[in-house]
Design a protein around this ligand. Structure first.
Ligand code: UD1
Length: 424
């Protein structure tokens, strides 16, 4: 296993490029299952463990794929199996994304139930509700979801989500594009990753209106075609790099991002005292002398993202006062807090809110986490902790950050990747 050894106290400066978005790549790759002719060419796909895991799942189903220089080709012509087995699904919850497209193309799908998650319960009831609304019969037995259509086709319907779900919206849209008639989706997720999926489906020939809004209208079609597509950049990676710069008192430019997609986050950086400048596809952040404590509430897009909550908490450990960080999406997503406190932070958890008492001295030690963004928050804290911080179990970071230590070192950080044994 790898660990990151961070020597803190270096100010970050310079320019860095964001990578392709992981969370849009996954549904886009899943959507290739909808079309059995031709070869898709997908650009700006990040070289990440989660993408490899998801590609393995598609290969297991019969897809042929290549990957080189962040470009993926996929042909799903030979896909025959409609079973996503536990061994692959357990590695990544987003595997549920194959349910909608497989059901729409083959009229049947069998997907293992995803297991638990490091930050609390993550049900899939809304995915199943959407498939049932579209006419699927769903049974759950022996740990598998069995979805079938009796050989017929899915039928358009109105789907109203009681809570906003990125994954369930993605699955519903992918199923609806091949359903007979009109589907309307209310309270859809408007996240840029779902917008990107919709634009991809549209390029394939799907008829979708309301893209990027919470009301989607989809007129089913019977044929889609393989296309070439450019994926968006990763707004969460960009936000993480900005937080890393801000905690060190640095000044950096992140290229590739669409600032609009980071609006809520950039607003908070400004409140925290940072100067932000944007161009069409870059953000420059200049840190203040002292960070101002800044509350955030993580909610669905366009609000502050839950995937930036952990990094924001790390940043606020260096603010001059107390800040409150509330997560309204995942109420228990706080497993980074005990570890940040081990570095010397003073953070309390009150229900779904973290109360961060800033400006305590951080000093390096061994820390680890069991989820991706929590691990990112430990790296951010390590950048300013006195001495050496070792972030263990780096495979969580590698799931979602492409070459994170290479990028941070190019900005002036001192991070080494080393091998370690769990009980060294
Ligand atoms: C996606 C992102 C994840 C992000 C999350 C919220 C990917 C691969 N992952 O996850 O990084 O943190 O959006 O922005 O894109 N819910 C239900 N029933 C369901 C589905 C969800 O109750 O069937 C609830 C969840 O428990 C949660 C909320 O809805 O409280 C939002 O979850 P959702 O948007 O579905 O998250 P994911 O798509 O799994």
């Amino acid at each position: 296993m790898d660990k990151l050894v961070i020597r803190g106290g270096r100010r970050l400066s310079g320019t860095v490029a964001a990578s392709g978005s992981k969370n849009s790549s996954l549904p886009v790759i899943a959507a290739t299952l909808l079309c059995g002719n031709g070869t898709f060419v997908l650009h700006n796909i990040p070289d990440l463990q989660d993408i490899k895991t998801f590609t393995q799942l598609l290969q297991h189903l019969g897809a042929e794929t290549t990957f080189s220089d962040n470009t993926m080709t996929i042909s799903t012509e030979k896909v025959k199996s409609v079973q996503a087995p536990y061994e692959l699904v357990k590695k990544m919850r987003a595997s549920i994304y194959v349910l909608g497209p497989m059901l729409a193309r083959f009229g049947t799908a069998r997907v293992s139930l995803p297991g638990g998650c490091a930050f609390g319960p993550r049900p899939i009831d809304l995915h199943l509700m959407a498939m049932e609304k579209l006419g699927a019969r769903i049974t759950i037995e022996t740990g598998y979801i069995d979805a079938s259509m009796d050989g017929g086709k899915l039928r358009g319907a109105h789907i109203e989500f009681p809570v906003t779900s990125v994954g369930a919206t993605g699955n519903a849209v992918m199923a609806a594009v091949l359903a007979e008639g009109m589907t309307t989706i209310g309270n859809a997720a408007a996240e840029p990753e779902i917008e990107t999926l919709c634009r991809f489906l549209k390029a394939m020939g799907a008829n979708i209106k309301g893209i990027g809004t919470t009301e989607l209208k989809i007129k089913g079609t019977s044929s889609l075609e393989a296309v070439e597509f450019h994926n968006i950049f990763d707004r969460i990676e960009a936000g993480t790099l900005l937080a890393a710069a801000a905690i060190t008192g640095g000044e950096i430019t992140v290229n590739g991002v669409i600032p609009e997609q980071l609006k809520a986050v950039l607003k908070k950086f400004v409140h925290a005292g940072c100067t932000i400048e944007t161009s069409e596809n870059s953000v420059t952040l200049k840190s203040p002398e002292i960070l101002v404590p800044t509350d955030v509430v993580a909610k669905p897009y366009p609000s502050f993202p839950t995937d930036m909550q952990a990094q924001w908490i790390a940043l606020m450990t260096r603010a001059d006062g107390t800040s409150h960080i509330t997560d309204k999406i995942y109420h228990e997503r706080f497993n980074h807090i005990p570890e940040l406190n081990r570095l010397g932070a003073h953070i309390e958890i009150r229900k779904n809110q973290a109360v961060v008492h800033g400006l305590r001295k951080l000093s390096g030690t061994k820390v680890m986490s069991t989820d991706l963004r929590a691990s990112a928050s430990l790296v951010i804290a390590g950048l300013v902790a006195e001495g050496t911080t070792e972030v263990l179990r780096v495979y969580h970071l590698d799931r979602g950050y492409e070459k994170i230590e290479v990028k941070l070192n190019s900005l002036g950080a001192d991070i080494k990747r080393e091998q370690y044994k769990e009980f060294e």
